[in-house]
Design a protein around this ligand. Structure first.
Ligand code: SF4
Length: 123
């Protein structure tokens, strides 16, 4: 369900690192981030596909999680914020306009997280 084989491989690597090493320090980014770096839609000015819409989405999510761009914390702490503050149904609003929303995999991921499982993305 990714944008390209390169994007899927890069995302899988990020997920593996976070899953295996939850103490990994992550930096919150409003705008393009490590995951976006391998996306064919990333241009010099940002996302060529979704433009400012995806930045506004980042702002909404950061507000819910109580974080700001540039904040650094262990992945486990950020994951706990998601667990505590985001319910599966919240994605209907938080992710409005995202073409992946209708597949339900992200809402299921949030439900799994709240049930005590970590991220389970397999690429
Ligand atoms: S539906 Fe999934 S892929 Fe889309 S913005 Fe939400 S979490 Fe990201």
């Amino acid at each position: 369900m990714g944008y390209s084989d390169g994007f899927v491989a890069a995302l899988s690597q990020v997920v593996s690192t976070l899953r295996d090493e939850p103490a990994t320090q992550v930096c919150v980014r409003i705008g393009s981030d490590t995951v976006c770096r391998s996306c064919p839609s990333l241009g010099a000015g940002g996302c060529l596909r979704y433009g400012m819409g995806v930045v506004q989405q980042d702002v909404r999510v950061a507000g819910v999680l109580g974080v700001e761009s540039g904040d650094v914390m262990p992945w486990a702490d950020l994951q706990q914020r998601v667990r505590d503050r985001v319910a599966p149904d919240d994605l209907t609003t938080l992710c409005e306009g995202c073409p992946w929303l209708e597949y339900g995999v992200c809402a299921q991921g949030i439900a799994d997280l709240r049930a005590g499982q970590g991220i389970t993305y397999e690429g």
